[in-house]
Design a protein around this ligand. Structure first.
Ligand SMILES: C[S@@+](CC[C@H](N)C(=O)[O-])C[C@H]1O[C@@H](n2cnc3c(N)ncnc32)[C@H](O)[C@@H]1O
Length: 267
C-alpha cells in the first residue's frame, strides 16, 4: 500500500502538492491553517474588525518562515512547489523582453517570493509591501538588496501605475475591505495584476471563516467566483489567464484555489 502511494505521488507532482498542503493544513497546532469555524450574519463584520490586525502579530514571521525555508530549500533542489511554480509561470508569460519588469508584491510577508524569482532565474525589479512591521523587518534583514515598505493594501502610498505588474499575494482573503484592496492593486498596476492563491467557492455565496494561522486567530473569506471576477472587471482588470492550484466540485457546488492573471484596460 505504502509503495503504491509512493509510486502514485512520484508520478503526479499535482497530487504531491495537494498531499503536502493537505497535511500541513491538518496537522494540529503545527500546520499553517486549522481550526476553521464558519461564520454567518453579524458575526462576520464583528470578527473581521476584531481580527483585522491579526497578521501584525510579532510571532508570525518566525513561524511562517520555518515552513517557507523548507519550501525554498526544496525548490532550490529542483523539486516542484506548486504555489511557486504557478507564480513563476505567470510572470514568465508576462515578460515582453523590454527591460526589467517592475513588480510589486502586496502582502509579501518576509519577501520570500523575491527568492523564488531569483531561484527561477527571473530577472525582475522586485518590491514588496505588507502591513506588518515585523514581516517587513524580517524581509529587509533577509533580502537587503530588495525594496520593502510597510503599507496597507487598502491604501497604498504609491502613485498610479508605478509598477508593471502588481501581485496581490494571497492577502485579499484576510482583508475585510477587500474591494478597496482590489481597487488599489489595479490603481498602482501599469499593465498587469495577479491575484495569487485566491480561495473561491463555486455555486454558493462567499464563505467567511475564523481560523488559526500559525497559531494566531484570523479571518478568511472564500469568494464567490463570479462575484470576484465581476469585482476585477469593475476595476478595469481584464481576465487573461486562470491557473488552478486545487479544485473540488460535486453537483455544481465546490471550492478552488486559483491564481488570476489580469491585464489592465488602457485608460
Ligand atoms: C498568507 S500571507 C501571504 C504571503 C505571500 N504573499 C504568499 O503568497 O505566500 C498574507 C500576508 O498578507 C498580509 N496582510 C494581511 N492584511 C494586509 C493588509 N491589509 N495590507 C497589507 N498586507 C496585509 C499579512 O501580513 C501576510 O504577510
Amino acid at each position: 500500500m505504502k509503495t503504491l502511494l509512493r509510486n502514485l505521488v512520484s508520478r503526479s507532482p499535482r497530487l504531491k502538492g495537494l498531499l503536502q498542503r493537505g497535511l500541513r493544513f491538518m496537522l494540529p497546532g503545527r500546520g499553517v491553517s486549522n481550526h476553521y469555524v464558519e461564520m454567518a450574519g453579524e458575526e462576520v463584520g464583528r470578527e473581521s474588525v476584531r481580527l483585522r490586525s491579526a497578521w501584525k502579530d510579532d510571532g508570525l514571521p518566525v513561524r511562517q518562515r520555518e515552513l517557507v525555508d523548507q519550501q525554498l530549500a526544496a525548490y532550490r533542489r529542483g523539486d516542484a512547489v506548486d504555489v511557486f511554480d504557478v507564480m513563476v509561470k505567470c510572470l514568465q508569460g508576462l515578460r515582453d523582453g523590454v527591460g526589467k519588469m517592475r513588480v510589486l508584491e502586496v502582502g509579501c510577508s518576509s519577501g520570500y517570493y523575491s527568492e523564488v524569482f531569483e531561484i527561477a532565474g527571473l530577472d525582475l525589479d522586485y518590491s514588496g509591501c505588507d502591513y506588518s512591521d515585523a514581516f517587513i523587518a524580517m524581509a529587509r534583514q533577509r533580502y537587503p538588496r530588495e525594496h520593502f515598505d510597510v503599507q496597507d493594501a487598502t491604501l497604498l502610498g504609491y502613485a498610479d501605475k508605478t509598477f508593471d505588474v502588481v501581485i496581490s499575494g494571497c492577502c485579499l482573503l484576510h482583508i475585510p475591505e477587500y474591494e478597496a484592496a482590489v481597487a488599489e492593486t489595479a490603481r498602482v498596476a501599469g499593465r498587469y495584476a495577479v491575484f495569487h492563491r485566491t480561495p473561491v467557492v463555486l455555486g454558493q455565496p462567499s464563505k467567511h471563516y475564523r481560523k488559526q494561522a500559525y497559531g494566531v486567530e484570523t479571518v478568511e473569506t472564500h469568494f464567490n467566483e463570479p462575484q470576484f471576477l465581476q469585482l476585477l472587471a469593475d476595476n478595469g482588470l481584464q481576465l487573461q489567464a486562470t491557473l488552478t492550484l486545487d479544485e473540488s466540485v460535486v453537483h455544481g457546488l465546490g471550492s478552488a484555489t486559483r491564481t488570476y492573471v489580469c491585464r489592465k484596460n488602457s485608460p
